[in-house]
Design a protein around this ligand. Structure first.
Ligand SMILES: C[S@@+](CC[C@H](N)C(=O)[O-])C[C@H]1O[C@@H](n2cnc3c(N)ncnc32)[C@H](O)[C@@H]1O
Length: 262
């Protein structure tokens, strides 16, 4: 594993199970709620995913299963690839309580052995904080492309790169959006894991840090295009706080051509 993946694995292995249990809820309660209204968990991504019944979906960096289990409830055959044992534990517990199968591959995505699963997924679905975990975006997009069947679809939702220019990169909590950042910055930086802010100041000091590389929109689109993806649409959405006049997220929908890979 490279330096970045080692740091991110350590960060995502620290108190993650505890966080999901207190934030999302204990597995049997969450599962019950997911069964009641699975679409709610998938938000407007449903519109991009389409009918998922009997579709083979790779939910890359799928974390605690909060998207994968609802997809499985809707009839999809879902595989998560994620680096965190704690996330795996929570996701499999929820899947079991929901009465669905979930394949969970515990691996650094960059080290994932795809010999037996290349050209095999209808959809690669990635959402909510993905690309900054990779220093080599071309390697990441190529590997994602290789997993898809000919004609398969990519649905990638992530935080909007515009947040690079703000002092705080958080797009959920109102802040004064002070501009001190550099959109073109290309360094690998230590930062708190996504759920660290839910703990007390003293507890936060104990958290291992992630190592993140933030990308520009141009770099992102160019990388997926270079891998061979045909871009269908790029949809930008507002921030999640009150600054609705500024983009907070984007969704890239793209496909793998119908040419069959060797
Ligand atoms: C912010 S989450 C994205 C999923 C979901 N939106 C969430 O909020 O939990 C990022 C996930 O990426 C995983 N991750 C980070 N680096 C990885 C790597 N190199 N290979 C596989 N998974 C990785 C972490 O364990 C974490 O579950």
């Amino acid at each position: 594993m490279n330096e970045q993946s080692i740091a991110n694995k350590e960060a995502w292995s620290y108190r993650a199970y505890e966080f999901w249990t207190s934030n999302l809820g204990v597995s049997n309660k969450v599962a019950k709620d997911m069964i009641k209204h699975p679409e709610t968990y998938l938000r407007r991504h449903m519109e991009f995913l389409g009918d998922v019944k009997e579709k083979k979906i790779a939910n890359l960096l799928g974390s605690c299963g909060k998207k994968a289990v609802p997809l499985a409830i809707l009839g999809a055959d879902v595989t998560i690839v994620d680096i965190s044992e704690e996330n795996k534990k929570y996701a499999l517990e929820v899947a079991k309580e929901a009465g669905v199968n979930l394949t969970y591959i515990l691996s650094d995505f960059l080290e994932l052995n795809i010999d037996e699963i290349h050209n095999s997924f209808d959809i690669a679905y990635l959402e909510g904080g993905i690309l900054h975990y990779f220093l080599d975006l071309n390697e990441f997009s190529k590997k994602t492309y290789a997993l898809l069947k000919a004609g398969g679809k990519l649905v990638l939702n992530d935080f909007h790169p515009i947040r690079k220019i703000f002092k705080s990169r958080d797009v959920f909590d109102d802040n004064d959006l002070e501009i001190t950042g550099n959109y073109f910055e290309d360094e690998l930086k230590p930062e708190g894991v996504a759920y660290e802010r839910f703990f007390t100041d003293d507890e936060q000091k104990e958290f291992p840090k992630c190592l993140l590389r933030y990308w520009t929109m141009g770099e992102i689109i160019s990388s997926f295009a270079a891998a061979g993806f045909i871009v269908e649409k790029l949809v930008e959405g507002p921030r999640f706080d009150s600054h609705k006049n500024i983009p907070g997220e984007f969704t890239l929908v793209a496909s793998k051509g119908n040419k069959v890979e060797a």
